[in-house]
Design a protein around this ligand. Structure first.
Ligand SMILES: Nc1ncnc2c1ncn2[C@@H]1O[C@H](COP(=O)(O)OP(=O)(O)OP(=O)(O)O)[C@@H](O)[C@H]1O
Ligand SMILES: [Mg+2]
Length: 254
């Protein structure tokens, strides 16, 4: 059975959608079968980021209701070898039970099911948080972001026993000197392993504006996401120099 990974953050605009797509790409490049799931019901965007907006016929609500098969529910980005289960275009009610069932069905078919979740506090995803194999808290540089990530970490510790990890996006070396909280310090403070530091790079923004796929991101971004993917699936982190295995090395798919 495949592994379920949720990418979420305390703040909007942290790069959840960007990192979900590029993490998926990284795992697909490793030969894994990957399905991305858009759980941003009020502002779906993964379909556009993957240039799949014209192909996406069905969505997660259709699959949850049983109006289509898992195969018909998804759209395939052939160039990147990535599959997407889109969020509904209109508002839809999906229960926690239904969501959990959708992820279970997908995990029989794919090595990794990666969800882009913009509202981790929503009651509707509570059951999903409980059943996920791994939850990645995505933060950005800045003391305000660090504070809201700390709050989210506290909430997730209560809500789930899933393995938690931290990744910091839009990293800028210059800010490191100005801020009270560095990614490493935050990781140690909230006691959640740091698995990725992704640099701020204009190529990401340019791809967003020009509707180019994530494989056009600059090499330094793609390398950082590859490292994050490697840490995620092998239970490693950036915290320790020694490659000590963390309890969540079970994330490695067979
Ligand atoms: N590493 C990066 N370097 C530069 N720009 C980035 C980086 N990551 C994301 N961005 C840009 O930041 C903006 C927000 O990214 P994205 O849409 O992925 O965030 P999000 O967390 O999914 O937002 P929302 O909360 O609205 O769903 C986009 O314009 C994206 O191109
Ligand atoms: Mg988003």
């Amino acid at each position: 059975m495949g592994k379920t990974v949720i990418i979420t953050s305390a703040k909007g605009g942290s790069g959840k959608t960007t990192i979900t797509a590029s993490l998926g790409l990284s795992l697909a490049n490793m030969g894994k079968k990957v399905c991305l799931v858009d759980l941003c019901f009020t502002a779906r965007s993964l379909d556009m980021l993957l240039s799949l907006q014209d192909q996406a016929v069905f969505d997660i609500a259709d699959l949850a209701e049983g109006t289509c098969s898992p195969k018909d529910a998804v759209a395939v980005q052939e160039k990147l070898n990535l599959t997407l289960l889109p969020a509904p275009a209109a508002s839809a009610e999906i229960s926690g039970e239904e969501l959990k069932k959708v992820f279970k069905v997908l995990s029989y078919k794919y090595d990794y099911v990666i969800a882009d979740l913009n509202d981790p506090y929503s009651e509707a995803v509570r059951m999903l948080l409980e059943s996920a194999d791994s939850i990645v808290l995505l933060s950005i540089m800045g003391d305000e972001a660090a504070r809201s990530t700390e709050r989210l970490a506290g909430y997730l510790r209560e809500a789930t026993s899933s393995s938690l990890s931290l990744a910091v996006n839009k990293f800028d070396r210059r800010a490191q000197k100005l801020l009270a909280v560095t990614p490493q310090a935050q990781s140690e403070y909230i006691d959640i392993p740091l698995i990725g530091i992704i640099p701020y790079d204009e190529s990401v923004l340019y791809a967003y504006w020009s509707h180019s796929l994530p494989d056009t991101y600059d090499e330094q971004v793609l390398r950082a996401v590859d490292e994050m993917a490697d840490n995620l699936i092998n239970g490693k982190s950036l915290n320790q120099k020694k490659k000590r295995r963390l309890p969540w090395n079970f994330l490695k798919a067979d």
